[in-house]
Design a protein around this ligand. Structure first.
Ligand SMILES: [Zn+2]
Length: 248
């Protein structure tokens, strides 16, 4: 787990609209650079990257970085999502640009937070894909493209989001899991709240509370989850779940 780079590496010193020097201003519980002349405020946002997860015959396709940061390190074929681009389209585009493969998205392997990139914090959407045509060949900003069995995965993997995605594969979790387990909170840091509550409301108005573990994002209250999501739906008031628990 890397430390978060602070302040975020993209923070500007001058207004993007009128070039005045920015000043810190408290806004929404955070100090944000704000322009004293025109009011423009800089809101730091994490970037979104998109990667392909292509496994064939038990081996995973990785590319070697040709440039800094992490030059010569290995990673999933990936790139930043452009403005207006669907992240799934990014994955297909990056597969072509970096490996020369035409791929088809089949699902999502996971969504991972990464803090160890000197260019700034980001999330990485990892899509499972099927090869449509082509032979993996390094191109664009990839120095090499190779297939790795689990025992052959290099030590030097760039970016903790990629390490999480590959680590999940190495742990045998190779198939995309449905529902909440797609959320990977491991390594997301000790930020409160330690528990995440999701209120699931069915069309008849009942609600049930599902508790996720901060560390594993596993649904703890499976009984409540199945009651909330299985037919037949009952005409209970919104607090019926809590009253049901007290009676039990
Ligand atoms: Zn300004």
């Amino acid at each position: 787990m890397h430390d978060l780079f602070l302040p975020d590496p993209g923070q500007p010193h001058f207004c993007a609209k009128c070039a005045q020097p920015l000043e810190p201003r408290s806004d929404g519980g955070r100090d944000r650079p704000r322009c004293p002349a025109c009011g423009w405020t800089y809101y730091a946002k994490p970037a979104l990257g998109s990667a392909i997860f292509l496994e064939e015959d038990g081996r995973l396709l990785l590319v070697q970085r040709a440039h800094e940061p992490y030059k010569d390190y290995w990673m999933l074929p990936a790139g930043y999502v452009e403005y207006g681009e669907d992240a799934a389209e990014t994955a297909v585009r990056e597969a072509m640009e970096e490996t020369g493969l035409v791929v088809e998205v089949t699902g999502i392997q996971g969504l991972y937070f990464g803090a160890g990139d000197p260019r700034g914090a980001s999330h990485l959407a990892v899509y499972t894909v099927r090869r449509h045509e082509g032979t993996a060949t390094a191109a664009d900003d990839a120095a090499d493209a190779r297939w790795f069995a689990p025992s052959e995965i290099p030590d030097r993997i760039a970016f903790d989001s990629h390490r999480k995605a590959i680590g999940r594969w190495l742990k045998g979790q190779r198939k995309p899991a449905p529902g909440p387990s797609l959320l990977d909170f491991s390594g997301a840091g000790p930020a409160p709240p330690l528990l995440v509550y999701a209120v699931i409301e069915n069309p008849k108005g009942t609600t049930a509370r599902v508790v996720y573990s901060h560390s594993t994002a596993v649904c703890r209250d499976r009984e409540a989850f199945s009651q909330a999501s299985s037919p037949p739906l009952r005409m209970d008031p919104p607090d019926a779940f809590d009253r049901g628990r007290r009676r039990a």
